[in-house]
Ligand binder design. Structure first.
Ligand code: ADP
Ligand code: MG
Length: 211
């Protein structure tokens, strides 16, 4: 085990927009690779596990005791979900979310219109032209009431499979870090190359897309 030089990731707070965007892009790129290329994910995205090397702009990730395998079924579940999302296909997002164990059938049966409204908000956000502005949290307000109403209905409770839970923990921690950085990243463009191929087939480099 080597000691890796670096400053706290929080030291990026005063960095330029371009530097913060680049850092967030690197961190998001890693999540996509962990899921779709390595099949192995470091699932503890707390800020202290990320460090920043100012001279090179490199991000250091620590704490591989928190690494877990991501099964190909889980990766395929996310691939289907993301593809449906980028297609703006609300019904397919709902079906893919159920298939991945993300949403419970009971919740959908009892709260379909609320769930569809929430998916609609997410689809609008994710399919807007240009970079996604992680610092703009307005859409969270639009999700809150429906989300709370569903969460309060015990009969709609559903526990996703463990690997979906830890992948979600990684994704939400990553989004939180990108929001803290007030980063603007074209996540859509970053996701697209990964939807074209299977894990064992290739990487975006091979497809000619390098971030
Ligand atoms: N290889 C390393 N290089 C530099 N600093 C490290 C390294 N490993 C750990 N640290 C420092 O120690 C802290 C705790 O280590 P970590 O592996 O994250 O353990 P924990 O499980 O307690 O979070 C890190 O946040 C970091 O500041
Ligand atoms: Mg740690």
């Amino acid at each position: 085990m080597d000691f890796i030089e670096g400053r706290p990731i929080e030291s990026l707070e005063t960095a330029s927009q371009a530097q913060r965007d680049a850092a967030a892009r690197t961190i998001i790129d890693l999540v996509l690779r962990e899921m779709f290329q390595f099949g192995l994910m470091q699932i503890d995205p707390n800020f202290a596990n990320y460090r920043y090397q100012e001279d090179s702009g490199r991000i250091v990730l620590l704490d591989f005791g928190a690494a877990r395998e991501v099964g190909s079924r889980t990766a395929e579940g996310y691939r289907r979900l993301l593809r449906a999302g980028l297609d703006g296909d609300l019904a397919e997002v709902r079906d893919a979310a159920i298939a991945a164990g993300f949403l419970g059938v009971g919740a959908v049966a009892r709260h379909r219109s609320r769930i569809d409204a929430m998916i609609g908000v997410i689809l609008r956000e994710m399919n807007r032209d240009g970079p996604f502005d992680f610092g703009d949290r307005q859409f969270v307000e639009l999700l809150r009431d429906d989300g709370m109403a569903i969460a309060q209905d015990r009969d709609a409770w559903h526990v996703p499979p463990a690997d979906v839970l830890y992948v979600q923990r990684k994704i939400s921690g990553t989004a939180l870090l990108a929001a803290w950085l007030k980063a603007r990243v074209n996540v859509r463009e970053m996701i697209m190359p990964w939807l074209e191929m299977g894990r064992d087939v290739a990487s975006p480099e091979a497809a000619g897309t390098v971030w």
